[in-house]
Design a binder for this molecule. Structure first.
Ligand code: URA
Length: 439
């Protein structure tokens, strides 16, 4: 069926289902530069408003995968597994669970992203380690995975180039927030890695792209359905992102936190709780799910026991050091921030909420992320969180510590960030970090 671009746009605008071959060709032609951005923009807006059927979603994912190369791992003896997080504040688990799973004997070809909007990205965190190279050619990437069981890279030109182009266009046309477009974009890249298993960490809350548990569970369902259609084993954890994960948000600061966890250190906050407990626990749970998908440990409890052993025995830390060495990163030169400023608690009471999206954007303003693609990140910029939801606090005690190389930015952000935390006279109800496990 040969349809003109305007016919395709109008069909989608009117909520019709496009035949799979038409949609596949439409996306492939866009990838090749044969469809102008203005027509694809109109189409994407129509998808945002009308959505895709599950057949259309499948066809769009196929088209994005076919626009580039799919990695093959001929005669690879180990189970290939990856993790994807929908992003949040202080979400650094990849740097811990990747080494755990690799040290446990599975292969982890980790293709990660940069900071997006208010959220941080694994690549930016790794690049805060002086010399760490995330731009490996695909043959070197595969060679490292064969040798060390793990490598970290960003999306390359060869993997899903149509998605890359579409994503840039969505970014500037108000069409990022479509659940169908998001799930297709995420899954096409993961499937192109040639993995067998995938664990999804789908976040909800003030620091997530989707704010409610229901929306995030729906996103998880869509992501899983695509994975299953392509024959992948997929598990999704829906996790709470209403408070920062762990102690720090900011690139080198988060690497410091990961090294502390990988080397068995504990940091006590003023309530004598371990500030790393949530980062450590979520990393172990995600790692255990990744390991359990392989079937090698028989069940989840045994996989979790092995994940804890690999972490506690220092094997995961040794793997992290090996990765850094292989990818040129010098951990001895991990930068420390030059300037800091304490932001105090403003009232006596309990911490009842964090506006994490606003805090994430202020972290970007500190230098931890980019406003424009060409911005250079300050690897030392970031925020240390001294409190969790429900903590009883007194006016004047430290709430957060801000870090940056630029004192002026510290000053500007310190003026605003305190207002992103709310207080009440009662502690909010306790909640669990992992709200749902979907398999
Ligand atoms: N991450 C992606 O890779 N794609 C999206 O659309 C959103 C987040």
């Amino acid at each position: 069926m040969n349809l003109l671009p305007t016919q395709i746009i109008r069909l989608k605008r009117d909520g019709k289902v496009l035949p799979a071959p038409v949609l596949r060709q439409w996306i492939q032609e866009y990838g090749k530069g044969h469809i102008p951005d203005y027509q694809m923009s109109a189409f994407l807006m129509a998808v945002c408003l009308r959505g895709f059927s599950s057949e259309e979603l499948h066809a769009s994912v196929e088209a994005m995968i076919e626009s580039g190369v799919t990695l093959h791992w001929p005669k690879h003896p180990r189970f290939l597994v990856d993790k994807h997080s929908t992003g949040g504040i202080g979400d650094k688990t990849s740097l811990i669970l990747g080494p755990i799973v690799a040290a446990a004997g599975l292969s982890v070809p980790m293709m990660s992203g940069r900071g997006l909007g208010h959220t941080g990205g694994t690549l930016d965190k790794l690049e805060s380690i002086p010399g760490f190279q995330t731009r490996l050619e695909l043959p070197s990437f595969q060679e490292q995975v064969e040798k060390l069981n793990i490598a970290f890279i960003g999306q390359t030109e060869e993997i899903c180039p149509a998605d890359r182009k579409l994503y840039s266009l969505r970014d500037v046309t108000g069409t990022v927030e479509s659940m169908n477009l998001i799930s297709g974009s995420i899954m096409s890249k993961k499937i192109a890695e040639g993995i067998q298993g995938l664990v999804l960490d789908v976040k909800f809350g003030t620091g997530a792209f989707f704010k409610t548990l229901e929306e995030s569970a729906e996103l998880a369902r869509q992501l899983m359905a695509i994975g299953h259609q392509f024959g992948k084993k997929v598990v999704a954890l829906v996790t709470d992102m209403n408070q920062p994960l762990g102690r720090f948000a900011g690139n080198a600061l988060e690497v410091h936190e990961c090294i502390d966890i990988l080397t068995g250190q504990v940091h006590r906050n003023s309530h004598q709780e371990d500030s790393y407990a949530d980062t450590r626990e979520l990393s172990i749970q995600l790692a255990a799910q990744m390991m359990n998908l392989s079937g090698r440990w028989g069940n989840l409890a045994a996989a979790e026991q092995e994940a804890r052993h690999v972490l506690n025995s220092g094997q995961a830390y040794n793997k992290f050091v090996e990765i850094c060495r292989a990818q040129g990163g010098d951990l001895t030169r991990l930068p420390r921030p030059r300037h800091s400023r304490i932001v105090p608690v403003t009232v006596d009471g309990f911490i009842t909420g964090f506006d994490l999206e606003a805090i994430g954007y202020l972290n970007v303003q500190l230098g931890a992320g980019r406003v424009q693609l060409t911005d250079v990140i300050d690897p030392t910029a970031g925020i240390e969180f001294h409190h969790k939801l429900g903590h009883a606090v007194r006016r004047g005690e430290p709430l957060m510590t801000l870090y940056a190389a630029d004192e002026k930015r510290l000053h500007q952000v310190a003026e605003k960030v305190g207002a992103c935390v709310s207080y009440g006279q009662q502690a909010p109800p306790k909640f669990s970090l992992i709200r749902k496990v979907m398999s």
